[in-house]
Ligand binder design. Structure first.
Ligand SMILES: [Zn+2]
Ligand SMILES: [Zn+2]
Length: 280
């Protein structure tokens, strides 16, 4: 079995309206790309901030600008296709109860939990215009703050899959790394993951970003495997041609780690399936 669960049916740009992208034809393009790559399990996980219901969780300027769509219309659309129904939901500290209520009111197959925004204020690790690196904080502070948010996200138990777990590295050599052994960030993160019970995403999206590597990093991934936490496999595609992107690298990586099963989800129930090997 191969999966691609963290998918977006549209790019993160203005003008990418619901009406234009949430169509049977567009879903079929993703399904065809998946079939060509030998991926049986395909699901969509739109960004929560594209829905007006997310404004109950947080009124970030990006969310106010983009929160135009209706979450229930999205669920209804995805259920009319052969795709699994997911959503990529930011972890918003302090909004755990409202987040749980929003998610539990809908029949998602899985929820992908993300940390993009790491306060203070509106700053994010991967968004132009809200770039945390433009402030005074150094690499040590930014990584510490990212992993504090990630650890709370993991412990919250709100999510089935923890997305791109070391997203903070997204800029690669364009930003400094903290000095020394990064295990001091990874070890508490793995404890938090175990406590919260979610699966962790092995994401090929980092291969398309300046960092040019998989999320999570090798050492982080080894600790996750040692702790017995399962991986969910995804590309974070925003276009049909990105479905299954870099899966040859991801499968080689999982093989080196000795991982033989991946997490599969239906109605928020997780099971493990033998990892497939076919990629077109
Ligand atoms: Zn994300
Ligand atoms: Zn995403």
């Amino acid at each position: 079995m191969l999966t691609d669960y963290h998918l977006h049916l549209r790019p993160d740009e203005s003008g990418t309206t619901f009406e234009r992208y949430f169509t049977a034809e567009n879903a079929a393009r993703y399904r065809a790309a998946a079939a060509a790559a030998g991926i049986e399990e395909l699901g969509v996980s739109e960004h929560v901030y594209r829905f007006r219901q997310a404004l109950d969780l947080w009124r970030h300027p990006l969310w106010l600008e983009n929160g135009n769509d209706d979450l229930d219309a999205y669920c209804e659309f995805v259920r009319s296709t052969s795709l699994r129904l997911g959503v990529e939901c930011d972890f918003v500290p302090g909004a755990e109860g409202r987040t749980a209520a929003m998610l539990e009111a809908r029949d998602f197959d899985y929820v992908v939990g993300s940390v993009h925004f790491i306060g203070e204020g509106d700053a994010a690790v991967d968004h132009d215009g809200f770039d945390v690196w433009e402030g005074d904080a150094d690499a040590e502070e930014i990584w510490t703050r990212y992993f504090e948010h990630f650890d709370r996200c993991a412990r919250s138990g709100l999510f089935d899959i923890l997305a791109h777990p070391d997203l903070v590295k997204v800029w690669g050599g364009n930003r400094p790394l903290p000095e020394g052994d990064l295990r001091r960030f990874y070890e508490p993160a793995v404890e938090a993951i175990v406590a919260g019970g979610s699966a962790v995403e092995l994401s090929t999206a980092g291969l398309r970003k300046p960092v040019g590597e998989l999320y999570p990093a090798r050492l982080f991934a080894e600790l996750i495997v040692e702790a017995g936490v399962p991986f969910a496999l995804s590309s974070d595609a925003h276009l049909p041609e990105q479905v299954g992107f870099g899966y040859d690298r991801a499968l080689a990586f999982l093989d080196e780690l000795g991982v033989e099963e991946i997490a599969v989800f239906e109605k928020r129930q997780r099971r493990l399936e033998p990892l497939g090997s076919r990629v077109g």
